[in-house]
Design a protein around this ligand. Structure first.
Ligand code: BG6
Length: 310
């Protein structure tokens, strides 16, 4: 990997969104240019692909047809094929030259949940391995990775609060999820999870991009789930929330404990423990998963076997 100058990540669904977090992490920590592609698009694209590019497939099941096809496409290119896979011994695990198993245990439901958390954790560790211990993020990230289980437990301990908020929003037809920076992929994943299990139309958007289209849809019947954490961009996300409120859009915010200044701008708030920006998707992913879960259960759906999905 020391000799590659570009990494292409291919994946589908939730694994694709974990890949987007991986892109941010690897670029920030290791300085290697990364691009993430839907496996279903990658397999048909006619892009230049040099030997100094490595391909990384991310998959929970290790059996997703498009991701397998993406790996097969580069079979004769002489490039390094890597995998981040959960299912041990799966097709993708066997097709790749090297890789890391997530070891999240069997994902029994169709919608990926714990695998997403594990994928992002593994990608953070890959990014750390590719960076240098002298990187200013190296020690804080390692420390925060160690602290994550306790913080994840804090979120699980307040699942009753998340359930109460979810119940207020279970009858809406549409939902917008917004976030910036590392919270942008989380917003996309949050929207996907809600769609998958509750059949509510949901769109994930970069908060700053919201005014270039989605804002037109906002009214009192179109709520927004705003991921409003992360110091560098907090104020900017708050200003997006204000734009939504000006159009009477209900807002649920995910905010850092202690950041009570956000209360005047939101209808409902789910507070989460503070964590380094780079690892926020892991904790915030748990919140968006629980939010989708409680809405789906309240609407009477089988969250483990969503219709139309395999
Ligand atoms: C879809 C599932 O069919 O496959 C998603 O509904 C999942 O939840 C996607 O993320 C990709 O699956 P995998 O196994 O390649 O990660």
């Amino acid at each position: 990997l020391k000799f590659i100058d570009r990494l292409v990540i291919v994946a589908c669904g939730t694994s694709y969104y974990a890949g987007l977090v991986g892109e941010y992490l690897i670029e920030e920590l290791a300085g290697i240019p990364v691009e993430v592609q839907f496996a279903s698009e990658f397999k048909y694209r006619k892009e230049p692909f040099s030997r100094s590019t490595a391909l990384l497939a991310i998959s929970q099941s290790g059996e997703t047809a498009d991701t397998i096809a993406a790996l097969k496409k580069v079979e004769d290119y002489g490039v390094l094929r890597l995998g981040v896979v959960n299912a041990v011994g799966s097709t993708i695990a066997r097709l790749t030259d090297a890789g890391v198993y997530c070891h999240a245990g069997p994902e029994k439901a169709v919608a990926s949940t714990k695998a997403f958390i594990a994928q992002v954790s593994v990608l953070a560790q890959i990014a750390l391995s590719l960076s240098s211990p002298s990187n200013k993020l190296f020690k804080p990230l390692l420390q925060e990775l160690n602290d994550l289980p306790a913080k994840a437990q804090q979120i699980l301990d307040q699942s009753g609060t998340i359930q109460q908020v979810a119940l207020k929003y279970k009858d809406y037809r549409d939902f917008l999820f917004i976030g910036r920076g590392y919270s942008f992929p989380t917003a996309l994943e949050g929207a996907l999870k809600l769609k998958e299990v509750s059949y509510i139309h949901a769109e994930g958007y970069a908060a700053g991009e919201m005014k270039h289209g989605p804002l037109a849809m906002i009214d009192e019947n179109f709520p927004t789930f705003a991921i409003a954490t992360g110091e560098p961009l907090f104020e900017k996300t708050v200003s997006n929330i204000q734009e939504i409120r000006a159009r009477k859009g209900p807002v649920v915010a995910l905010a850092t404990e202690g950041k009570t200044s956000i209360e005047e701008f939101c209808d409902d708030i789910i507070y989460v423990p503070g964590v380094i920006e780079e690892l926020q998707p892991i904790l915030h992913g748990i919140v968006t998963q629980l939010f989708a879960y409680y809405i789906a259960v309240a609407r009477g759906f089988d969250v483990d076997r969503p219709r139309n999905l395999a």
